[in-house]
Design a protein around this ligand. Structure first.
Ligand code: SF4
Length: 386
């Protein structure tokens, strides 16, 4: 495969006059470090100070999420919780609210649990040993290494998705990186490549190289200092490496969800701590076989049913299955009693900032813009009536 032409205005990928030498592995690190000094990222909000709390916070947020999306959340978290002690003392509900929209909510729960463990077990001081860091909730081996590198200059290897891609391409590592054998091979390689000096520049450079130059789609190969030795480039296999996950069909789980509405508010239930969307507020839900009659009976226990309508269904993909959701909207003419424990009547106008799963938030925010539903009390949203 031919690489794309150099992007206009992009920084040269490597200082001129240097020749790539991968005869020994030191050449790899040397070139990454040189490139980082010249073209890497140096002004990220969590850079410039060896403060483990800030670095750990950014690394957790950056798991499966790009820098541009993380910056705003990082600033809001630091403003709300400037220290690990402040985060540990925060109510989980507030932490989930601040996290809302970043996805992968188990990260937020682990973040909170980790902060508490740092305070209780380590008196608020993060360990610098990657092995001890990796024992903390939500801190895997690669994140532990990144925190140790950036907070204490420890010589440790990272292996996030970007690094896996770079190593698979440059060294022609075959096989899907999710398998044990390839995973182990990549970790060995990542450790063999570690330089003895400038570990922070190397680690940041490796991250930046994968994020900005050797990207998943349209890598800037023509502009890349590795291309004379990169196996993927040499063998025209850039699109093939790393190997994709073998395709499989995901099972589908079908459920009913209920938008129970009264006077501009909708009823939410707190989900169990374990399982999908654990601990978040969500809509009442039934398995497919329950039929929509279960939703109507449920609603009748909470007030006088005025209208019943069906909204457009939606799908949501999880790692191991696809959730197919049929949505029933019921309007109450009047409401009986107050919310039970584990229930919340949420003003639709507050949906955007609430700790809700992303597809539920999207649905409620969309409904909020349907003026008859928001605040009028009796009209049903658009959709097919039963
Ligand atoms: S490392 Fe290889 S695949 Fe990646 S940008 Fe450079 S030449 Fe292309």
């Amino acid at each position: 495969m031919n690489g794309p032409p150099p992007q206009s205005g992009a920084k040269a990928a490597h200082p001129p006059g240097r020749e790539l030498d991968l005869q020994d592995n030191r050449g790899f690190a040397r070139h990454i470090i040189a490139w980082h000094k010249h073209a890497g990222r140096h002004d990220l909000p969590w850079q410039g100070r060896r403060e483990a709390y800030r670095i750990w916070l950014s690394e957790i947020m950056l798991q499966q999420t790009q820098v541009a999306a993380v910056k705003g959340y990082y600033a809001r978290f630091l403003a709300a919780y400037p220290t690990v002690e402040a985060l540990a003392a925060a109510p989980e509900e507030r932490v989930l609210e601040l996290w809302s929209g970043l996805g992968y909510y188990s990260r937020a729960r682990n973040l909170h649990a980790c902060a508490r463990q740092i305070v209780q077990q380590y008196q608020g001081v993060f360990p610098t040993d990657p092995k001890r860091l990796a024992e903390l909730p939500g801190v895997g081996r690669s994140t532990a290494a990144a925190v140790a590198v950036f907070s204490a200059g420890v010589r440790a290897a990272i292996l996030d998705g970007n690094v896996k891609r770079v190593l698979c391409r440059v060294f022609g590592v075959e096989g899907y990186p999710g398998t044990r054998a390839v995973h182990d091979r990549l970790w060995s390689l990542a450790e063999e490549l570690l330089p003895h000096n400038e570990i922070e520049a190397y680690t940041q450079g490796l991250m930046d190289f994968g994020a900005t130059l050797c990207t998943p789609r349209k890598p800037r190969c023509a502009d890349c200092f590795f291309k004379t030795r990169c196996v993927a480039w040499r063998d025209q296999r850039v699109a093939e490496l790393p190997f994709k996950k073998p395709s499989r069909t995901y099972p589908e789980r079908r459920v009913w969800m209920l938008v129970l509405h009264h006077a501009g508010e909708v009823l939410l239930l707190r989900r169990p701590a374990r399982g999908i969307w654990g601990g978040l507020w969500s809509l009442p839900e039934w398995p497919e076989e329950a039929t929509s009659a279960a939703a109507v009976s449920f609603a009748a226990l909470r007030g006088q049913v005025a209208t019943v309508a069906r909204l457009a269904p939606f799908n949501h993909g999880f790692t191991h299955y696809r959730l197919a959701v049929e949505v029933v909207a019921i309007d109450l003419a009047s409401r009986d009693g107050t919310a039970q424990p584990g229930e919340l009547w949420l003003d639709l106008g507050d949906a955007r900032g609430a700790a809700l799963p992303a597809p539920i938030k999207r649905l409620l925010v969309a409904l909020c813009s349907v003026s008859p539903l928001h605040g009028a009390g009796t009209a049903a949203p658009q959709g097919e009536r039963f």
